[in-house]
Design a protein around this ligand. Structure first.
Ligand code: PLP
Length: 733
């Protein structure tokens, strides 16, 4: 889609139009449209369906199409159909609030890499009319959640699929359910498709989002579909899982997609395995009722289906594993399904519940954990499956998370040529460690990103100050009560970032455990410091919300005890755009979970991609990314992990031990930072992050490792490229 100089703009825009049986699309050529559908609908089923409860891929953070249009200096078109698409891209909402955190963003990053690598993959998820939730923060009350209303209709890259038989109507799929009166019913969904387009606009991954919020869908189900991880009741939770799991086969069938392999991103969609087992039984027994199937026949069918499933387990934390009361589940599924669950979803701890993790563990060809340490923990949690659980360490999509300023530097370095296509290119960057030109360009880019972040934060603080007088919300920043219209936080001051979901095991408040000790470090050396914190707690997670209140409560105390040297700022409503600004703009990225509960963690990888060093507990990815201190700092408890370490009770979260370890480390970090104006020790670590961590913690490499678990035939050229990515790292050693 390179525009040659002689080609009129309108012609090159027309080449971005394409259509299929399901509608008209903008951003990819007809050739690409046809290629993707040919791959997904071919007879042998040579493709993968990637199943996730959430997908995080906000267009305001990454949109190759918008970038292309800006490069072409397109702002409008005389063709009205194209003009409609352009309007959405330039003026539509930049956010798709269908994610809550790490799991969803990992899914989005993974799908972007699949697109860049031209892999035949389709994704299936749900569309939530009220998204996750929007966070308001009050200094006294803490987190308040507000419903998000968004219009999929206006969102760029999102299309409501049409019924090929009646193109004026949306495509509807029907999913069998039981209703609240135990009667058989169907839930109807329409299908939105997000086009996750490759960087070069020469491939895409269709993300099919099932939207059950329709008048014809029974109220119980319709209401359960509104909000991601709505935890009003375990019924709502079970219904959401069931909508995803049982929606998969009908939607693929309606689109003619033949995927043989299913990748479960966590066990949320595992109900699809139950359906595949039922289908297999119908096929082999030639029966229309499964009542006649014996247990042995069910187990045989399950082992056939297992060959089609790749499963990623994401957390050792209990709340991440779905368990449902058998009696509750009986209310939403048919008897034959219950027989399958009775055999395969046993819960060793409780005979009255189904354990969906156990189900997913049994029915797969490959079970993968998300880091090496997580693999070791998972082996201990599930000793009966230890033989088959391997590690595929998570990654992030480098093109999404590397800031514009850093990317502009990489573009000018001959040694880094091709970095957009191949993150392995960064392996050689250590050679440039003493190249003064490179160092100063990198430092300038870092400063640029820091200024962008500080402009954002200073504007926010001034808004908080006026909020104080204009609304009933007490602004979430003590600091904003101290400033006037000229005071600002200073970007030359050492700034630590921390942002993630507020769950108690993530211990956001760890470093404030002993504020006297912390403040003394600053006062006795006269070192000023900023702490920028952000993150949402699940609205039903009271302990998580308490941690947010604790953080807010520490703001004044820290400021006063440090004699104004240390300021702790909270940025409300964490999302991908804030994440990107933070990871690129701070001087160090902090992670302080209780080892080994983090499993992987990905925000630290985003910082590493920008050459920002981490200060972290040796948990999750950091145990692999720390490289004996070449890339950052470690603190806290290490040593072997055992089942006992998985406790999440407050007394066993090691606050005292790990915070002390942080206080012992911090002075040397600050000394490094303030030693010279060019922050050379930080820049050294930054360059080593580019060199050692970009080649490992990117989703191209991760996709290549997963590809080995899929059963796919690929053209030689793609195979060779994927092999080269796979060779960047071996997660499971
Ligand atoms: C990356 C990211 C996360 C996940 O971060 P972790 O370090 O894995 O906890 C959560 N939310 C947003 C908005 C992110 O960008």
């Amino acid at each position: 889609m390179q525009r040659d100089a002689t080609m009129p703009l309108e012609t090159s825009l027309s080449q971005m139009l394409s259509s299929s049986d399901f509608g008209n699309f903008f951003g990819i050529s007809q050739e690409v449209q046809d290629l993707v559908w040919r791959n997904l609908t071919e007879k042998e089923g040579n493709s993968v369906a990637y199943i996730s409860m959430e997908i995080g891929a906000d267009p305001d953070v990454y949109s190759p199409l918008a970038k292309k249009l800006r490069d072409l200096q397109v702002t409008e078109s005389s063709q009205s159909n194209i003009q409609g698409f352009l309007k959405k891209i330039f003026y539509g909402p930049g956010k798709i609030p269908n994610y809550s955190g790490g799991l969803g963003i990992l899914a989005g990053d993974t799908l972007k890499s699949f697109a860049d690598c031209h892999l035949p993959v389709v994704a299936v998820s749900l569309l939530y009319r009220h998204g996750y939730f929007s966070q308001i923060v009050d200094s006294q009350l803490g987190q308040l959640s507000q419903r998000v209303d968004w219009n999929p209709e206006d969102t760029p890259g999102l299309y409501l699929l049409r019924d090929p038989q009646q193109p004026e109507k949306p495509l509807h799929i029907e999913v069998p359910f039981l209703n609240e009166y135990d009667q058989e019913t169907v839930a109807t969904a329409q299908v939105w498709m997000k086009i996750e387009v490759s960087e070069a606009l020469d491939f895409f991954i269709p993300e099919l989002l099932l939207d059950f919020f329709l008048p014809e869908t029974p109220a119980l189900i319709r209401n359960a579909a509104k909000q991601l991880y709505d935890s009003e009741s375990s019924m709502v939770k079970a219904l959401q899982r069931r909508m995803l799991g049982t929606g998969i086969l009908p939607v693929l069938q309606a689109l003619g997609i033949t995927s043989r392999t299913f990748h479960l991103n966590e066990q949320h969609g595992v109900v699809v395995a139950m359906q595949l087992i039922a289908e297999e039984l119908y096929r082999t027994l030639k029966a229309n009722d499964l009542a006649c199937a014996t247990n042995a026949q069910i187990l045989t069918a399950a082992s056939t289906v297992a060959q089609r499933i790749v499963y990623t387990i994401h957390t050792p934390v209990k709340a991440g594993h779905d368990r449902f009361d058998k009696s509750l589940y009986a209310g939403i599924s048919h008897k034959s399904c219950q027989r399958i669950l009775d055999l395969l979803a046993r819960d060793d701890d409780n005979p009255h519940t189904y354990n969906f993790t156990n189900f997913a563990m049994q029915v797969n060809r490959s079970a993968n954990s998300v880091s090496r340490l997580h693999r070791d923990v998972t082996h201990k949690q599930f000793p009966q499956f230890a033989d088959k659980i391997t590690a595929i360490t998570n990654g992030v999509h480098h093109l999404t998370w590397i800031s514009d300023a850093r990317a502009a530097v990489f573009d000018t370095i001959p040694e880094l040529q091709g970095w957009r296509q191949d993150p392995g290119v960064f392996k050689t960057v250590a050679q440039l460690k003493n190249n003064q030109e490179f160092r100063s360009a990198l430092l300038d880019a870092w400063r640029k990103d820091t200024h962008i972040l500080f402009d954002f934060v200073n504007t926010m603080l001034r808004q908080h100050r006026s909020q104080m007088t204009q609304t009933w919300i007490d602004p979430p920043n003590y600091y904003s009560s101290l400033i006037d219209h000229i005071t600002k936080l200073n970007p030359d001051i050492f700034t630590i970032g921390f942002a993630r979901r507020f769950s108690t095991y993530k211990r956001a408040d760890l470093i404030f455990h002993d504020i006297d000790k912390l403040a003394d470090i600053f006062v006795s050396n006269n070192w000023p410091v900023n702490f920028f914190f952000a993150g949402k707690a699940h609205p039903a997670d009271e302990p998580g919300k308490t941690v947010i209140r604790l953080i807010l409560g520490h703001q004044e105390e820290l400021h006063k005890k440090s004699k104004g040297l240390a300021n702790l700022i909270f940025i409300p409503n964490y999302d991908m755009a804030i994440a990107k600004m933070l990871v690129a703009g701070v001087h160090a990225w902090l992670n302080s979970p209780k080892r080994p509960l983090e499993a992987s963690g990905t925000s630290g990888m985003k910082a590493a991609m920008n050459g920002v060093p981490n200060i972290s507990i040796m948990d999750g990815w950091w145990a692999e990314g720390h490289h004996n201190g070449e890339t950052g700092w470690k603190f806290g408890h290490e040593g072997n992990v055992s089942i006992e370490n998985l406790s999440e009770s407050r007394e066993e979260l090691l606050y005292k031990e790990d915070s002390n370890s942080f206080y012992n480390l911090l002075p040397s970090v600050l000394e490094d930072f303030y030693r010279d104006r060019t922050h050379s020790a930080f820049l050294d670590k930054g360059i080593m992050n580019l060199c050692r961590n970009i080649p490992i913690f990117n989703t191209h490499r991760m996709a290549a490792e997963y590809l080995k678990k899929y059963d796919l035939q690929l053209p030689a050229e793609i195979k060779t490229k994927m092999q080269s990515f796979a060779q960047l790292y071996s997660s499971d050693s």
